[in-house]
Design a protein around this ligand. Structure first.
Ligand SMILES: C=CC1=C(C)c2cc3[nH]c(cc4nc(cc5[nH]c(cc1n2)c(C)c5CCC(=O)O)C(CCC(=O)O)=C4C)c(C)c3C=C
Ligand SMILES: [Fe+2]
Ligand SMILES: [Fe+2]
Length: 366
């Protein structure tokens, strides 16, 4: 059978609405085998690595997985919390808070989270929503900037899941919110809070996850969206062009990625005599390996060994109230037209419709 079994259809049930916050995913444990399993799924995605499949299969299985899994596991162990991987802990909390904030704004809906790689997987969550009777689903990627490597890969996974479904729910997909007022204000508020507590450096480094430069040349708007986020954030903070720099981190492999790279830029700042630097990673909405370990440990060491004295990593938006409010607004804007608000008269109307449908079903012998 090509299609999955549908849950029993029942006339008169009110279809529910759900928001799914989708993040990248993370290993289940900071061990070599768990990291290997995660990297295998992640790096086998043709959206992430565009090398011809047969060649890539040999490189991935012959070199990357055997050599990288152990090293990466060691890095994960250095940032693992008692509740698990920071990325998962924050994403779970964000979804829970978002449910509460949307509820307070009068919306009646499910809010859940899913991961593109690892668990809880998108197919598992989408199956569960179907069982729970959700017939309208809003996909909210945890990435403010669109990239084919991340956002489009989530869309692929959603479409591929519904290819096996007969009764497909109504779907909405959020492409990006890199210039959304709420997101920019939440970032600005977190920088301001940091400055109030710790004072400020002459230079704010805004470090985004990199992608291969080739993807920019082939039409991926990610690079432009990062720069727009940075420009809007700098504007809100009143920073002139010499007070901030946009960089790209987490380069993978030998090809050229978006430049300038974060680590060499910060090393250069130290060599030029900068004693204190503030770093923010605006493209990451949850702290994770790439912020806590790569920036907070590796790049920090480089800066201090290069002559710098104070290195501050500004935390990601995580559970900041301004950010959850922004997420609620972003979701709310995209939910427009869907009956998430049930007023008293709407409840009555819905009940009458249900009664009518039930009577019709009985009359037709369904
Ligand atoms: C192979 C190429 C990679 C591309 C392209 C890429 C794009 C990309 N990634 C993020 C966000 C995150 N990436 C994270 C980890 C991570 N990324 C890659 C590779 C690519 N990313 C690897 C191999 C890893 C795993 C860690 C390692 O072994 O180095 C994470 C952190 C996950 C965690 O568990 O904490 C995030 C988040 C974005 C936004 C992006 C493109 C825009
Ligand atoms: Fe990545
Ligand atoms: Fe650009």
């Amino acid at each position: 059978m090509r299609f999955k079994k549908e849950p029993p259809f029942s006339h008169g049930t009110t279809a529910k609405i759900a928001v799914v916050l989708v993040n990248l995913g993370t290993p289940d444990a900071p061990t070599s085998s768990a990291v290997r399993q995660y990297l295998k799924e992640f790096l086998s995605d043709p959206r992430v690595v565009e090398i011809p499949r047969a060649i890539w299969w040999c490189i991935l299985n012959g070199i990357i997985l055997p050599f990288r899994s152990g090293k990466s596991a060691h890095k994960y162990a250095s940032i693992w919390s008692k509740d698990g991987s920071p990325l998962k802990v924050h994403t779970e909390k964000q979804a829970m808070l978002l449910r509460g904030y949307l509820g307070e704004r009068g919306h009646q809906l499910e809010v859940v989270y899913a991961m593109r790689y690892g668990s809880p997987s998108l197919p598992t969550i989408l199956d569960k929503l179907k069982k729970d009777g959700c017939d309208r689903i809003l996909i909210l990627p945890a990435y403010p900037q669109y990239s084919a490597t991340t956002t489009a890969s989530i869309f692929d996974a959603v479409f591929s899941h519904y290819q096996q479904v007969r009764n497909v729910p109504e779907l909405r997909l959020i492409k990006h919110y890199h210039d959304h007022e709420g997101y920019i204000s939440a970032l600005a508020a977190s920088v301001q809070t940091h400055w109030t507590t710790h004072g400020r450096s002459e230079k704010l480094v805004m470090s985004f996850h990199g992608v291969p430069k080739r993807t920019l040349l082939l039409g991926d708007p990610y690079h432009c969206e990062c720069h727009k986020t940075a420009r809007l954030l700098a504007q809100q903070l009143g920073l002139s062009q010499d007070q901030y720099v946009v960089t790209f981190q987490s380069r993978f492999g030998k090809a050229e990625w978006l430049q300038p790279y974060t680590a060499p830029t910060i090393q250069l700042l130290a060599r030029q005599g900068l004693k204190r630097v503030d770093v923010i990673c605006p493209g990451f909405t949850s702290d994770c390996l790439e912020t806590l370990e790569e920036i907070g440990i590796e790049v920090k060491n480089d800066f201090i060994h290069g002559g710098g004295k104070e290195f501050y990593l500004i935390p990601c938006l995580n559970e900041a109230p301004a950010w959850i409010h922004a997420l609620a607004t972003i979701a709310e804007e995209q939910l427009s037209g869907w009956p998430t608000r049930l007023s008293g008269s709407e409840v009555d109307a819905q009940k009458r419709l249900n009664d009518f449908q039930r009577a019709e079903a009985t009359r037709l012998g369904a």
